[in-house]
Design a binder for this molecule. Structure first.
Ligand code: NAD
Length: 533
């Protein structure tokens, strides 16, 4: 059997029909609207041209009604209305025998609701393609309450034969990708509402951390209305405060500021899409001989800073033993404190403040430390620079620096020079728990850990899905392991204290710190996390 039937020939249906035809299947495309059928033909011809698959269009037959017969799978891609989908499935059950897989491409409805009451519901499942299907590699296979394991295995084979990468998701709101991606948008908008920095700067920070597009330019591309509808659907179905829509987006949708398609969203498109300049500074050509630099910390970022700063500054020391901070040269002019990433550095900074000359600048990890409380206890709070580096500079081209009320312009200038001298861009942000990257990336990691804990998908499938479905530079579980569960917890605990319990860290974050080496054990631990409570 080498036939695939696609029902609905719109954006997704036409794309899926092309994918199946290009993979060598015969395709029946069912589309009752004549104009839509003509559009589908054009789309398929265009996809075939782009993919150099000239034979694909001839494999697609067009029908205005479902034709009974044999098929490997029938994939429904009609508009997102439960009653309509149920009606289509009732027809599908009649048209095909019990061996045909019956799949829905729904993004926001429950597969189980669509399957409810049908004969042989064990062969009904979700095959969630991403837009545009020809280009997007990922397909989420959604297992409804009644879907048989055998149907899942067959669906996996079909997806592989289509040249796509399958991941398995539970029948939960947003499945994997649309759920775990929510914090990227929601936390970014909350950061914007809190006035952390202008959108251009926040997008630049996100791109600097490896995202292909910043959250604001991406929302403008997706369409503010489409993005809000997904959030609303996930929020309404989960009733989790974490997914609550943000006022700024609701207002923009009400005003018709929908993004690129309406000419304006977060950005204005009157003159088209303005290209951004993401160039990072060239590392300093001349070695700085004026400063005496001490880095406090052990391995990881401390080592990386040490190596980079040695190329830019003549006098750099790595101070690995925190117990001897009282012996740090008191003529140091720059002290870069890395710390353990998970605890407040107030006491260490207080000791440094007492020891160093007032002109010396002290860099503090702003994700872990509460700068405002710290500043109150210091004789010279003006020399404190809060910085945000999540894990390694290797993965972060732009560093966020806190523009705190107390911090002097001179200290900020030293910070700018220091990072630029090692080839990093700098963005100034207001002081707020998690700053921008800690808040957004920390929340994505948190959501991914919740998803494992709630058995929505395996850690491996989550990482695969987010890399392929949203182009994330790293899967959120791997990213969380790199940042460290303790550090993510620290960031989110501070965020929750400031912004509300909805951002509370998952109790399962500790799993990210289970030592690798035994990958299987780590994954077992992640998968077993639910057993902890
Ligand atoms: P669309 O509006 O572009 O296409 C739907 C098509 O279904 C239309 O051409 C319409 O004429 C046709 N249709 C209506 N009633 C029909 C019937 N009784 N039988 C056959 N065809 C019928 O919508 P879309 O964007 O392609 O979305 C389709 C499905 O895919 C929805 O469930 C949506 O949630 C899901 N989805 C959409 C995207 C996306 O980005 N657009 C991504 C993933 C999943």
């Amino acid at each position: 059997m080498s036939k695939i039937v696609v029902i609905g020939g719109g954006t997704m249906g036409a794309g899926i029909a092309f994918v199946a035809a290009a993979a060598g299947f015969d395709v029946d495309l069912v589309e009752p609207d004549f104009a839509a059928q003509e559009r589908a033909k054009k789309r398929i011809a265009k996809d075939a041209e782009r993919a150099s698959a000239p034979d694909a269009p001839a494999r697609v037959q067009y029908y205005s009604q479902l034709q009974p017969g044999e098929a490997l799978a029938a994939i429904e891609a009609v508009p997102e209305r439960l009653e309509l989908k149920r009606e289509i499935f009732a027809q599908m059950v009649k048209a095909f025998d019990a061996n045909t897989l019956l799949a829905t491409n729904t993004s926001s409805l429950a597969v189980s609701d669509i399957a409810d009451g049908l004969p042989n519901p064990e062969r009904v499942l979700g095959l969630h393609f991403f837009n545009p299907p020809a280009a997007m590699k990922l397909v989420e296979i959604v297992q409804g309450e009644q879907t048989a394991q055998e149907a899942i295995e067959r669906a996996r084979e079909v997806v592989l034969r289509l040249g796509k990468t399958p991941v398995l998701a539970a029948d939960t709101p947003g499945f994997i990708v649309n759920r775990i991606a929510r914090p990227y948008y929601l936390q970014a908008m909350r950061a914007y509402q809190a006035g952390i920095a202008p959108i251009e700067d926040l997008d630049r920070l996100a791109r600097g951390a490896g995202f292909r597009m910043g959250p604001f330019e991406l929302m403008d591309l997706i369409g503010m209305d489409v993005n809000l509808a997904t959030t609303q659907s996930v929020y309404e179905r989960t009733d989790e405060d974490r997914f609550e829509p943000v006022a700024v987006q609701q207002e923009m949708v009400a005003q018709g500021r929908l993004g690129r398609k309406s000419g304006a969203g977060f950005y204005d498109y009157a003159r088209g899409v303005v290209p951004h300049d993401d160039g990072v500074p060239q590392p300093a050509a001349e070695v700085n001989r004026d400063e005496r630099v001490v880095i406090i910390g052990f391995a990881g970022l401390a080592q990386e800073m040490f190596e980079r700063l040695q190329r830019a500054y003549a006098d750099v020391q790595l101070w690995e033993d925190e117990d001897t901070i009282g012996e740090i040269p008191d003529d140091a002019t720059i002290v870069f404190d890395v710390g353990d990433g998970a605890s407040d550095r107030g006491a260490v900074v207080e000791a440094l403040d007492a020891r160093l000359a007032p002109e010396a600048v002290i860099f503090v990890d702003a994700y872990a430390s509460d700068l405002r409380t710290m500043a109150k206890r210091l004789a010279h709070p003006e020399r404190i620079v809060g910085y945000g580096i999540l894990s390694a500079l290797e993965h972060q081209r732009v560093v966020e620096i806190v523009d705190a009320d107390e911090t002097s312009d001179d200290a900020l200038e030293v910070a700018q020079d220091l990072f630029e001298s090692i080839g990093c861009g700098v963005v100034l942000v207001e002081d707020a728990a998690g700053l921008f990257l800690g808040r957004t990336i920390g929340s994505i990691v948190n959501e991914a850990v919740y998803a494992v804990q709630e058995e929505i998908a395996s850690p491996q499938d989550i990482d695969l899905a987010m890399c392929l479905g949203t182009n994330y530079p790293r899967g959120p579980i791997a990213w969380g392991q790199e940042i460290g569960g303790d550090r993510v917890r620290r960031i989110l605990t501070r965020l929750a204290a400031e912004d509300g319990a909805a951002f509370a860290p998952s109790r399962a974050l500790w799993v990210l710190d289970v030592q690798p080496g035994d990958d299987q054990q780590q994954n077992d631990n992640l998968a077993d996390v639910k057993l902890g409570w």
